[in-house]
Ligand binder design. Structure first.
Ligand SMILES: [Zn+2]
Length: 310
């Protein structure tokens, strides 16, 4: 497969892209307190009132189903398992007095790391609150009689955290979509495919006619003018919207094609839409200015009315 644009019909362009998913994480009481107390250089766990079992990080419910007591556990512990990753060394650490392991980074010089090694927390005072625990380092300090003590604090739990998940991936549009988007980006030209049976020109370009089920094979130019088949003024805002309302969403039949294209109509005072737009009128693509073509239908900014030229 070829990378980037400007490829022939026998090559499928591949586009580097990122799927970004921002969201807000609601932490809950236990995790929110754990995160908030990191700024105070304290590691919080929860202690079940019936079994006395100490869990780190804390849980909102104990093993008896009741809200447990929040406690501060020592910032020292013992490595029970570890692994090296491309992002560094990760270990399961049984903090002193805890009954479960905390997974965290091992930082600093840790040649000779082995199960059973003693480690101590490393605090990053200049980091964001939730990253204040930089990791754990090997320590020679003797095991002291560390104690799990009830948490006493005035610090508010962190109720919400902004998160963003970024998925980097390569997207191939395939031979037909790829060619079409390639032409949009590099030639400012709309292409479709022609069915040898019914002679229909199909947009988006596709490999088979969806009426005759025969291979289309031939790529043809399509005009960037067309007929307005329907339109709607969008006033509502919603997640993922590419344009700020109000704008006009329209169904357009490009001249020479047998299909409908969904795009925007614009280039005039939107308050005059009723007066200026009518079903059946001719429209023409207005291409985006400059060299920012990305090989998508958004390379066409909108379609503008060109009056009755049919
Ligand atoms: Zn056909």
């Amino acid at each position: 497969m070829a990378a980037g644009l400007n490829t022939g019909i026998d090559e499928a362009p591949v586009f580097e892209t990122t799927l970004t998913m921002p969201y807000t994480l609601t932490t809950g009481r236990a995790a929110g307190t754990y995160l908030a107390e990191l700024a105070n250089q304290r590691i919080v766990g929860s202690r079940s009132s019936s079994s006395g079992k100490v869990v780190v990080p804390p849980s909102d419910y104990g093993d008896d189903g009741e809200p447990p007591e929040l406690v501060v556990v020592p910032a020292t512990g013992t490595v029970t398992a570890w692994t090296r990753t491309s992002a560094g060394t990760l270990a399961m650490i049984r903090l002193d007095g805890a009954d479960t392991d905390l997974v965290h980074r091992i930082v600093g010089d840790h040649f000779g790391l082995a199960n059973g090694c003693r480690v101590a927390a490393v605090w990053a005072s200049d980091a964001e609150t939730t990253n204040a625990l930089a990791g754990f380092e090997l320590t020679d300090a003797p095991v002291e009689e560390a104690e799990v003590v009830p948490l006493e604090t005035d610090t508010e739990p962190i109720a919400e955290l902004p998160y963003q998940l970024d998925l980097d991936y390569q997207h191939s549009y395939g031979l037909y979509y790829g060619r079409m988007f390639d032409e949009l980006a590099t030639q400012r030209r709309i292409v479709g495919t022609k069915c040898p049976s019914c002679q229909s020109v199909l947009i988006p370009a596709r490999g088979n006619c969806d009426v005759c089920f025969v291979p289309t094979a031939q790529v043809v130019d399509v005009a960037d003018t067309g007929t307005l088949l329907g339109f709607s003024v969008i006033n509502m805002e919603f997640v993922g919207q590419k344009r700020k309302p109000p704008y006009i969403y329209a169904e357009i039949n490009l001249d020479g094609s047998a299909t409908r294209l969904i795009h925007n109509v614009g280039g005039f005072d939107i308050d005059r839409t009723e007066e200026l737009l009518s079903i059946g009128m001719k429209v023409r693509a207005v291409w985006k200015e400059g060299t920012s073509a990305r090989g998508t239908l958004a390379d066409i900014d909108y379609f503008e009315p060109i009056g009755d030229q049919s």
